[in-house]
Structure formats: structure tokens, C-alpha cells
Design a binder for this molecule. Structure first.
Ligand SMILES: [Zn+2]
Ligand SMILES: [Zn+2]
Length: 177
């Protein structure tokens, strides 16, 4: 009696999709072993990739009505922002503390506002389609603004507004995730 079998609780388990990765995590739905490389966080907990695909929460699913509303809201916002921006924001605002502060504050507010508008229009849908719509709206808005201001090539001289839009895009992306 020199050796004893290891207790069952110390048994090493491996991810079903990554047989070289030790893990003790299981999918909350089908109980498949999963590891940090393949698990997917859902509002209901950690899931294996299969279950995450099967059980998409309704907030990520858009019907024809939501697609239409998203498109309408995006076009409307892009038009208002583009025309308003052409009237109010001079092209060629560069660095400088004042403009950078304006870009950060304005970008944060704009991104939040755009995300909010999309969410209200679609009764709080989110996910990649909404994220893409928000970013596309910001890009189109800036194109409208630049064209009205004299040409798309002006974007190179437009660091402050470009920064503002990048920040707005990141904020909206995060809000609609
Ligand atoms: Zn599963
Ligand atoms: Zn894995």
C-alpha cells in the first residue's frame, strides 16, 4: 500500500475545443467543458460557442422594422450632423488644448447621443448591426460636412473634428455592444 489513486476532485479536465488547455469551466447550458479561449459571455452567463449562437438574446435580433428604423435614424442623424457641422464647425481645427478638450467632451457627448437615439428608435436593440450603423452614421455625417465645406480632401487638415468623431464612434460602439 504505497500509492493511492488521486482523489477525483483533482482530476485534470481539458477544454473540449482546445484539448491542450486545462479548465474547470463548463458551459452554463450544455455543461460542455470550455476554456477562456472559447467561452462566450452572454447576459445569462458563460456559454460554449454553440450555445452562445443558439441562444441569442432578443435584444440582439433585429426584425425588418428595426432595420428600417435604424436606417431612417442613421440617415436623419447623418444629415442633421453633416449640415449642422458644415455650418458650425470650421474645417481645419487642429490640436491645441482647447480644441482637444472640445473634441473629447464633444465626442463623448455625441457618441452617447447617437447610441441613445438608435436605442430609443429600436427599443434598445444592440449588437454588431447597431454598432456598425452608429459608426457609419458618424462617417457619413462627416463626409456630408466635408463635402459641403469644400471637399473630402479637407479631412487631412481636420484633426480636432476627426478626433471628436473617433471618440464618438468608440463611445457609441461601447454603448451598443
Ligand atoms: Zn453549451
Ligand atoms: Zn477552449
Amino acid at each position: 500500500m504505497t500509492s493511492m489513486p488521486a482523489p477525483a476532485s483533482e482530476e485534470v479536465m481539458y477544454c473540449q475545443r482546445h484539448p491542450d488547455v486545462e479548465t474547470a469551466l463548463r458551459c452554463g447550458r450544455c455543461e460542455a467543458l470550455i476554456c477562456p479561449r472559447c467561452l462566450v459571455f452572454t447576459p445569462a452567463g458563460a456559454r460554449c460557442p454553440d450555445c452562445a449562437r443558439l441562444r441569442r438574446p432578443p435584444m440582439y435580433e433585429l426584425g425588418a422594422r428595426e432595420y428600417a428604423l435604424t436606417l431612417a435614424v442613421g440617415v436623419g442623424i447623418a444629415f442633421v450632423l453633416g449640415v449642422g457641422g458644415a455650418l458650425l464647425l470650421p474645417v481645419g481645427m487642429r490640436g491645441g488644448f482647447f480644441f482637444l478638450t472640445l473634441a473629447v467632451l464633444g465626442g463623448t457627448a455625441l457618441g452617447g447621443g447617437v447610441a441613445e437615439a438608435f436605442q430609443r428608435a429600436t427599443r434598445y436593440k444592440r449588437g454588431p448591426v447597431m454598432q456598425g450603423a452608429a459608426v457609419a452614421t458618424l462617417v457619413v455625417a462627416d463626409l456630408i460636412r466635408l463635402v459641403l465645406s469644400g471637399g473630402v480632401q479637407l479631412i487631412a487638415a481636420d484633426l480636432a473634428v476627426t478626433l471628436l468623431l473617433v471618440i464618438a464612434g468608440v463611445v457609441a460602439w461601447g454603448r451598443l455592444r
